[in-house]
Ligand binder design. Structure first.
Ligand code: ASN
Ligand code: ZN
Ligand code: CA
Length: 340
């Protein structure tokens, strides 16, 4: 007998969170019938074979998390279930963000869910979307904890949204735009959750950054990490996509929040412009709506930064009108990151 049961979980980074479970006899499965049956499994520190890594062949599915009661995890890594709670919650919030904000029915847009695998490998400091499912490492336990934070969950699953829409090629400038899209919507997912334990900010991965709490990247001033680009240059397409994404991240931050100093989610943010201009932000909701429409209507697999400028100007015109403040701020924010 299978039914939808309300449960709860104690996560690593987001406190106690609601979960929707599937009951099977006297056990409860970490499987959500209200969101396309999205579920989470334990890989028990196994890694995939090379055949899976290269061709997606014979990938490990892991063991579905189950419990004799409706509560999962204890909020610490001492319970294998805790990271699973974060992963499941991350898919829930990402699902709800896309549904309620854009009417998008899941990552694939057709109501189909996906699944999460946690505890991948040993000391694995990464997480990835492979086209069908999410996989999370536990981090090295010294510098990084399990990579199951809301912004990274939203980041990875947004790779799936990109794949099923603009399908931006994952190299060169289009690869930077692909990565920026994931940082943008991962961050919007974090804000959407409105979780007191993981307040929204423009840092990526701060929750599992055990030492510095600043994360892997930041959108207000990407170049402050010493590798990411704040401003477009003709060599941008040669940079690693996680660095050329800085241009798109910086654009989005300026568009949403504006230049200058600001405290967001308890974190000091400060965004310099590349041309010395001052930009006044139009807010996160409008900025995200413009990027989503640009991604799903105007961008293609080969869109570069110049093309992204045109795509977002078109999207802003569609949503807010030609000559609107939103559209002119899109132009100003691109110019402020040297995309003219
Ligand atoms: N965490 C990396 C990313 O999403 C892994 C990858 O898929 N390249 O960018
Ligand atoms: Zn990514
Ligand atoms: Ca964050």
């Amino acid at each position: 007998q299978i039914q939808n049961v309300d449960g709860s979980g104690q996560s690593l980074y987001s406190g106690t969170v609601p979960l929707q479970l599937t009951q099977s006899g006297s056990t409860y499965q970490l499987k959500d019938p209200t969101r396309g049956n999205t579920y989470t499994t334990d890989l028990n520190n196994a890694t995939d074979s090379l055949g899976c890594q290269l061709f997606g062949f014979n990938c490990k599915t892991g063991t579905l998390f189950t419990s004799p009661d409706t509560s999962f995890g204890n909020g610490a890594t001492s319970s294998r279930e805790s990271a699973a709670v974060d992963a499941q919650y991350g898919t829930n919030v990402t699902w709800d963000y896309y549904k309620s904000t854009f009417g998008r029915n899941g990552i694939f847009g057709n109501g189909t869910g996906s699944y999460n695998r946690v505890h991948y490998g040993k000391n694995y400091v990464n997480a990835f979307w492979d086209g069908t499912k999410m996989t999370y490492g536990d981090g090295d336990g010294v510098n990084y904890g399990p990579l199951v934070s809301l912004d990274v969950a939203g980041h990875e699953m947004s790779h799936g949204v990109t794949e099923n829409t603009a399908n931006l090629t994952y190299s060169g400038e289009s690869g930077g735009l692909n990565e920026a899209t994931s940082d943008i919507f991962g961050t919007m997912v974090e804000f959407y959750a409105n979780n007191t334990n993981d307040a929204g900010d423009y840092l990526i991965g701060e929750e599992f950054d055990l030492k510095n709490h600043t994360g892997l990247r930041r959108m207000d001033n990407p170049a402050s990490d010493g590798s990411s680009l704040n401003c477009w240059t003709s060599g941008a397409g040669n940079a690693d996509v996680h660095y050329s994404s800085g241009i798109g991240n910086h654009f989005f931050y300026l568009l949403a929040e504006g230049s200058g100093a600001k405290t967001i989610g308890g974190v000091a943010h400060n965004s310099p412009t590349c041309n010395g201009s001052a930009v006044t932000g139009i807010g996160r909701t409008a900025a995200a709506a413009i990027w989503y429409r640009a991604l799903t209507v105007y961008m293609t697999s080969s869109t570069n930064y110049a093309g992204a400028r045109t795509a977002t100007l078109n999207a802003a015109r569609d949503l807010y009108g030609a000559g609107s403040a939103q559209q002119s701020t899109v132009a100003a924010a691109w110019s402020a990151v040297s995309v003219n």
